[in-house]
Ligand binder design. Structure first.
Ligand code: LLP
Length: 418
C-alpha cells in the first residue's frame, strides 16, 4: 500500500492492520473510519484535565452518536449530555445509567421533558419560560439552569453560544426571576451550566467564562454541581503545523480557578466539562473516491463522492479539513497542482476543499478527509436521495469492524405509507 500524500494517518498509524484501499474495497465508498485507541486517549486526557477530585466529563453526544463510539466513551468512565429524545435513547441503549445523562434542553416541548423525567434523567433549561414549563409538569423536582455567562467563542458565528447575540442561556440579570419560579414550583436547583461556543484554541475565553459562572454559582445555596461546557478546539490545519490547544495549561488554569473558588466559598461541589469535538474529531477520517477530473476555465476540479450530504461542515461553516491521498502504486511524479475538490450533489456550493495545492490526483484515487470524527456522520443527510455512509472502527487490536452499515435504498422508502 502506498500512501502518496499522508502525513497524519501514517504518523498515528490510524488504519492499523488495514489501509484505506482495502477498507473501501470491503465496505464501499464513501466511508467513515474511526480509531478506537485515539478515542480512548482523548477520553483519558479529558478525564485527567484537573487534579480537583470532584470532577467529571460529560461527552457531548451530538458530535458523534455512533453506538459503538458511545460504548467506548462509557467504558472510559465518561458521562454524557443529550440534546434530544433521540440522543437520550441512544445513550440509554449504549448502557449509560440515567444518572450519567444530562438533557440540555433548548426550546423543547413538554413531551420531550416528560421523556427525561420518566427516565430519571436530569434536565437543564435555558429560559424562564422553559423553567415554568418544567415546574408545571414536575412540581418539587430537581432542575439545572443554563446561564449565559456573557462570554462567547467559536470558529464561526453560527456556533458561538455565549455573549449578547445568541439564543442560549438565561442572562444573569434574571437571577431574581429564576429564584421566583424555583420557589413557585418548589424546584430544587441542583446545578447550573453554560456553554460558550464551539472551538476555541486559547485558554482565555474559557477561563473568563468559568469565572463568570462561578460568580453566578455564589447566588445559589444548594448547588451540587457547576458545568462549564465544552468547546475545546483541535488543530484542523495539521499540514500547516497549526499549534494544538495547550490542554495542560488549560487544565492547570482551570484547576487553580476551581480550587480558589472552593476555598473562598467553602463549598466542595462537583464540576463538569462537556467536550464533544475534542474527544471525537481526531479519531475520525472520512474516505471517498475520485470519480472524475476536469478543467473548467481557470479551475481544476477533482470530482468525488464526498458531497455535502456526506460531510456538511465545509459548506455550512467554510470549515477546513486537511486532505490526504491514497493510491496503490508508487507516486511517479512529485508535481503539485492547485485543485478544488468537489462532491456529486447538484449545487455549485458542493465544495469540500477549495484551491488546495496537492500532488497530482488521478481518477480512482482514495481521498481522506482528516479530523472528520466530530460533526461528520451525525450531520450527513440523504439529500439528493443519496445513501449515508457506513461507519467502521479500527479497534484496540488494530482490526477493522463494521459498526453501522451504509443506508440502503429500502431505508429511504421505509417511512412512506403510500
Ligand atoms: N455543550 C453544549 C450545550 C453544546 O451546545 C455543544 C455544542 C457542546 C457542549 C460541545 O461542543 P464542542 O466541545 O464539540 O465544541 N456543528 C458544529 C459544531 C456545533 C456545536 C454545537 N454545540 C461544527 O461542525 O463545527
Amino acid at each position: 500500500m502506498n500512501y502518496i500524500y499522508s502525513n497524519y494517518t501514517k504518523y498515528v498509524n490510524f488504519f492499523g492492520k488495514t489501509n484505506p484501499l482495502e477498507l473501501i474495497k470491503k465496505y464501499g465508498s464513501p466511508l467513515y473510519v474511526y480509531n478506537e485507541n485515539i478515542l480512548r486517549q482523548r477520553c483519558q486526557q479529558m478525564k485527567n484535565l484537573v487534579t480537583y477530585p470532584n470532577f467529571s466529563v460529560n461527552y457531548s453526544t451530538k458530535a458523534n452518536s455512533n453506538l459503538y463510539f458511545l460504548n467506548v466513551v462509557r467504558d472510559e468512565g465518561l458521562n454524557v449530555d443529550a440534546m434530544s429524545v433521540g440522543e437520550m435513547s441512544f445513550e440509554l441503549k449504549a448502557g449509560f445509567d440515567p444518572a450519567q445523562i444530562l438533557f440540555i434542553a433548548n426550546n423543547v416541548s413538554a413531551e420531550e421533558m416528560k421523556f427525561a423525567i420518566d427516565n430519571k434523567i436530569k434536565i437543564s433549561v435555558d429560559s424562564l419560560s422553559q423553567l415554568e414549563t418544567y415546574g408545571k409538569i414536575n412540581y418539587g423536582g430537581d432542575i439545572v439552569v443554563r446561564f449565559n455567562p456573557g462570554v462567547g467563542a467559536g470558529h464561526n458565528k453560527k456556533v458561538v453560544t455565549g455573549g449578547k447575540n445568541t439564543k442560549f442561556g438565561v442572562t444573569p440579570e434574571l437571577i431574581p426571576e429564576v429564584k421566583n419560579i424555583l420557589k413557585k414550583y418548589n424546584l430544587n436547583l441542583i446545578g447550573i451550566n453554560q456553554h460558550i461556543g464551539s472551538l476555541f484554541m486559547d485558554t482565555e475565553p474559557y477561563i473568563d467564562s468559568v469565572n463568570s459562572i462561578l460568580a453566578i454559582a455564589e447566588e445559589f445555596e444548594n448547588l451540587q454541581f457547576v458545568n462549564f461546557g465544552g468547546g475545546f478546539g483541535i488543530p484542523y490545519y495539521k499540514q500547516n503545523f497549526q499549534m494544538r490547544l495547550n490542554i495542560s495549561l488549560l487544565g492547570e488554569e482551570l484547576d487553580r480557578t476551581i480550587k480558589k473558588w472552593v476555598k473562598k466559598c467553602g463549598k466542595k461541589i462537583h464540576f463538569k466539562i462537556e467536550p464533544g469535538r475534542y474527544i471525537s474529531a481526531e479519531c475520525g477520517v472520512l474516505l471517498g473516491t475520485v470519480t472524475a477530473l476536469k478543467q473548467n476555465y481557470e479551475n481544476k476540479y477533482v470530482g468525488t463522492d464526498l458531497g455535502f450530504n456526506v460531510i456538511e461542515r465545509p459548506i455550512l461553516y467554510e470549515s477546513h479539513h486537511d486532505i490526504e491521498i491514497y493510491r496503490d502504486e508508487p507516486s511517479t511524479s512529485f508535481d503539485i497542482e492547485e485543485v478544488t475538490i468537489v462532491g456529486n450533489i447538484c449545487e455549485s456550493g458542493d465544495i469540500l476543499a477549495k484551491y488546495r495545492n496537492l500532488p497530482k490526483i488521478k481518477e480512482g484515487d482514495i481521498i481522506g478527509v482528516v479530523d472528520a470524527g466530530a460533526y461528520g456522520h451525525v450531520m450527513s443527510s440523504n439529500y439528493n436521495l443519496r445513501l449515508r455512509p457506513a461507519e467502521v472502527f479500527i479497534n484496540k487490536a488494530d482490526t477493522d469492524i463494521l459498526t453501522r452499515r451504509r443506508d440502503t435504498i429500502n431505508d429511504l422508502f421505509a417511512p412512506y405509507l403510500i
